[in-house]
Design a protein around this ligand. Sequence first.
Ligand code: NAD
Length: 257
Amino acid sequence: MTSYFKGKSAIVTGAAQGIGFRICQELLSRGTKVILNDYNPLFLQQARDKLSEYTNLLTVEGDASDESIVNQMVSLATDKFGGLDFAIANAGLTVMGDFLQFPVEKLQRMLRLNLEGSFLLSQAAARLMIEKGTGGRIIFMSSVTGVQAHQDTEGYGMTKAALRMLAKDLGSKLARHGITVNCVAPGATLTERTISEEGYAESWSRVIPTGRASNTEDIANACLFFLGPQSSQVTGQTLVVDGGWTNISPLPPELYK
Ligand SMILES: NC(=O)c1ccc[n+]([C@@H]2O[C@H](COP(=O)([O-])OP(=O)(O)OC[C@H]3O[C@@H](n4cnc5c(N)ncnc54)[C@H](O)[C@@H]3O)[C@@H](O)[C@H]2O)c1
C-alpha cells in the first residue's frame, strides 16, 4: 500500500492542526509529496517543526478560500511535483449559534471558506488532473451536520450538506477523466480546537455508541480509503465517521437516566 502512495502528490488545506494535519502526516509517512496549507503563520511554523523529518513537504500560507492561494498551491504542485494526484479540501469554519440571531457576517465567512474554497480547489485540481491526464482523487471534508439536522448548526450544516451534493455532481462529471470525488463526514472529533472546549471528550463519549469521540486518525483513515487503490470505483459518496452517532440521534442523557 505504501508503494501506491509513494511519489504521488497532494494538497491539503487548513492542515497545520487537527484533521488536516493528521492527513498530511499519514500521506507524508507513505512517501506522498504534500502541499500543506494554513492561514495561521504560527500554526504553520509549528506544523513545519513537527514534520521536519520529511523532505517531501511544502507549505503555503494563506486563506484557503482565496482564489489566488488556491492557484498558488496548484501551480506549486505543477512546478515542484509535476502534477497533482490528491486534493483534500479540508479547511472549514465551524460557527454555531441561534438561527434567529445568526449574524450575516459569520454566515458569509462560512460560505466563503466551506463552499467557495472547496469549490475553487476542486475546480483548479480537476483542471490540472485533466490536463495531465493522470486522473486523481478529490475529497471534501463534510460533517455529520451536513447529514442530519442538529440544533444551532443551520448555517454550518447547510455548507456541509452542499459539499455532499458537490461531490455527487463532480463525481459524475469527472469520472470519465479517472477522477473520483467523495466526502468524509466526521462526527465529534478530538482536535486542538475541540478539546479546548471543557468536557468535550467526556460529553461526547457518553452519547456516541462506540463510547468515544473520533480521533484524527479515524478521519485520516477514511481519507486514505478514498485516496487509495481500493476505492477507484467509489465516487460521489459520503463516508460518515462518527462512531455510530448519526444513526441513533442520541437523546439528551438527562432525560434517560
Ligand atoms: N473537529 C471536528 O469535530 C469536526 C467535525 C466535523 C467536521 N469537521 C470538519 O473537518 C475539517 C477540519 O476540522 P478541524 O477541527 O481539524 O479544523 P480546525 O478548526 O482545528 O482548523 C484546522 C486548521 O485550519 C486552519 N484554517 C482555518 N481557516 C482557514 C482558512 N481560511 N485558510 C486556511 N487555513 C485555515 C486553522 O488555522 C487550523 O490550523 C473542517 O472542515 C471541519 O468543518 C471537523
